[in-house]
Every structure is written in C-alpha cells, then in structure tokens.
Design a protein around this ligand. Structure first.
Ligand SMILES: [Zn+2]
Length: 182
C-alpha cells in the first residue's frame, strides 16, 4: 500500500482501512484509525503505522474519539486467511459468501487486493477454481445429474455451469465424466 493510498483513506475517513494501518499526528501526539472523524490533519504532520503498537512505541497516544487503542489487530495475512477459509466453506453459496466477507469489515475491492497480494490470484479466480474442483469431484465420484452438480457448486442453472465447465476444461461435463471415470 502506498502512502498516497493511505493518505486518501485518511482524508475520506475510509473505514474499510481500519485495522490495516494507523496514522499519527505529530502536532497532537495522538494516533487514529483511518476512519476517525476528527479534523483532517495537515499532511506534513502525519505518519503511518502498520499496527497500533508501532504507533505507541513511537510515542503516540491513542485517540479518545476513534478509540484507536481498541482496534483489533488485523494483519493482512490474517484477513486473507479468513477470506480463504470463507471461500473454502461457502464458494457455492453466494449470499453467505457476501455476508461473510462483509463481516470481515473490509470493502470488497480492498479484500481482493489483500487476497491477491497473499495468494497471487483474485477472489474471483479462487472461487472459480474451488467450484471447478468440486464439480470435477462430483462428476467422477458421484452419480449426481449435471443439473444437481450445477446447483451444488453455486451456479444458477445448468447452462451457465455448462459453459463455465467447457471453457475451463475444454469439455462438456458429461464427456468429462465419461472420459475420466474408470
Ligand atoms: Zn481518532
């Protein structure tokens, strides 16, 4: 994350950055969360920290207004890992997935960036790969109908599943099943 990006988050009181970094204000000696509603400080007085602890160690006091001392510590790694867990358990459930991601307290865009930094692929690509994996498993290991597999891995119907599957594997689901079953 660049200083410019962090500064923009401070100006906009962007709460999707809370827990990702903290900023301190030299003139007041306090440190805040990005979302703090106190008056926007002068840029030249602002320093950025990854954690509240670092801000404290640098001699800054927590802000009484945004209670920057009560902010849970959410290193990006942890956030990314939680997102991954969530994708693993609800890749087939759009609504749950959305809700779960929202509960992590980070905007979808931010989450995608953090996820990509950590795992090298986007949330969307990850979900796709989990769906494909599960579809293949069901095609080979079960006798479920294509339509049931489509719903089970989170598609709205067989035709979207069909074109997804074909574009990923080069084969329609049924041919894939025939080809790969012993
Ligand atoms: Zn504050």
């Amino acid at each position: 994350m660049t200083q410019e990006e962090m500064w923009r988050a401070v100006i906009k009181n962007d709460e999707s950055y809370d827990g990702i970094f903290f900023y301190s204000v030299k003139s007041t000696g306090i440190y805040c969360r990005p979302s703090c509603k106190s008056k926007t400080p002068k840029r030249e007085n602002v320093c950025f920290f990854d954690t509240a602890e670092e801000a404290r160690n640098a001699g800054f006091r927590p802000c009484k207004r945004c209670r920057s001392d009560l902010m849970e510590y959410h290193p990006m790694k942890e956030i990314a890992a939680k997102a991954k867990q969530l994708l693993d358990s609800c890749f087939d459930e759009k609504r749950e997935l959305k809700q779960g991601l929202r509960q992590l307290g980070i905007s979808h865009r931010r989450m995608s960036e953090i996820f990509k930094d950590e795992y090298g692929i986007t949330l969307h690509e990850y979900i796709k790969s989990r769906r494909l994996e599960e579809a293949i498993r069901m095609l080979i290991d079960t006798d479920e109908d294509i339509i049931d597999i489509a719903y089970a891995v989170g598609f709205g119907g067989p035709s979207s599943f069909y074109s997804f599957f074909k574009s990923e594997t080069g084969m329609p689901p049924l041919s894939y099943r025939k080809e790969h079953r012993k």
